[in-house]
Design a protein around this ligand. Structure first.
Ligand SMILES: Nc1ncnc2c1ncn2[C@@H]1O[C@H](COP(=O)(O)OP(=O)(O)OP(=O)(O)O)[C@@H](O)[C@H]1O
Ligand SMILES: [Mg+2]
Length: 295
């Protein structure tokens, strides 16, 4: 038992020997990292696209950003970026390397922890392994201004743990009626798990009116049945350039800096930078507490 504790301590110690985070020339090390989990319930609503654009926008604001591809079933951020990482989170989980060894600097000048695809063991990660990861991550969090977590679809326990452990859950939805139902299910679970801050992004709309109406439908349900209103923080238009950039594996924020989508995400990034985080505990401390208490 003592040996195991010592190993964990050694891992934390080793994880403090770090590479320089992307953007580290920009600002002093921040001990108050803000965690933002991008989540949705329904798949394919634009979480990953939005995560990439937000990470780039925050980095452009001279923030040190770490993006975690937490879609443990179907990780694809590195594919969208057209990069082939040598290590990914599964190597860190299996103990083949430290989490620090998996970090790469992405084209948007933020750091990325690549996820792993099709690994059922990872998608159903057990608490012992998660604890090891948490310790490794705790040293990391202190080096960044923002930890952005791109979660997978669905309302499974891993996704909802990630989302409810963050300072802010950024809930992406679309006008599609099935997105409304799935977003409501996600909000319900997040509230049950003690999540205090859910901010909504309505994506793939054709007008601000459609965005506001879509949000109102969800918020009306949430107020009626869950008694706590949500906050709408951004409405993002359908953008043809997104599809093209996905095909060419180019970052929209770099290729089309003046697209409405990119400008709106940039506005949101500036808004988020003015918001204080939810508490003194780090993301992984909260995440682990929830798991160890069976929550
Ligand atoms: N505002 C938008 N306008 C047009 N297409 C969009 C927009 N946002 C996302 N898309 C497109 O929708 C598709 C799904 O996007 P994305 O992969 O980001 O969704 P996701 O929520 O991460 O999916 P998953 O649940 O599978 O992880 C992609 O082809 C993407 O280019
Ligand atoms: Mg995704």
């Amino acid at each position: 038992m003592n040996d195991q504790a010592q190993r964990l301590r050694d891992m934390v110690k080793n994880s403090n020997i770090r590479r320089q985070p992307a953007g580290s020339q920009n600002s002093a090390s921040n001990k108050n990292c803000r965690s933002l989990a991008v989540t949705s319930g329904k798949g394919g609503v634009g979480k990953t696209t939005f995560s990439l654009c937000l990470a780039t926008a925050l980095a452009a604001l001279r923030k040190k950003v770490l993006l975690l591809d937490a879609d443990l079933g179907l990780a694809n951020i590195h594919i969208l970026l057209g990069i082939a990482p040598q290590k990914n989170i599964s190597d860190a989980v299996s103990g083949e390397c430290s989490i620090n060894d998996t970090i790469i600097t992405a084209p948007g000048n933020f750091d990325l922890i690549p996820g792993a695809s099709g690994l059922e063991a990872l998608a159903n990660i057990d608490t012992g392994r998660l604890e090891r990861l948490r310790l490794d991550f705790m040293g990391l969090e202190q080096q960044y201004d923002y930890l952005l977590i791109d979660t997978g679809a669905g309302i499974g326990s891993v996704v909802t743990h990630f989302a409810s452990s963050a300072d802010v859950a950024l809930l992406v939805m679309t006008p599609d009626p099935t997105s409304l139902a799935d977003a409501y299910a996600m909000v319900k679970i997040l509230y049950e798990r003690g999540c205090t801050k859910i901010q909504v992004i309505v994506n793939m709309v054709s007008s601000d009116k459609e965005g506001a109406e879509t949000f109102d439908r969800l918020n009306t349900l949430v107020i009626k049945f869950l008694k706590r209103p949500l906050e709408l923080v951004s409405v993002l238009y359908s953008d043809r350039d997104l599809k093209r950039n996905v095909r060419t594996q180019k970052l929209l924020a770099k290729e089309c800096p003046n697209s409405k989508y990119v400008l709106k995400v940039g506005m949101l990034a500036r808004k988020l930078c003015g918001v204080v985080n939810a508490g003194s505990q780090s993301f992984f401390t909260r995440m682990w507490s929830g798991l160890s208490s069976g929550g």
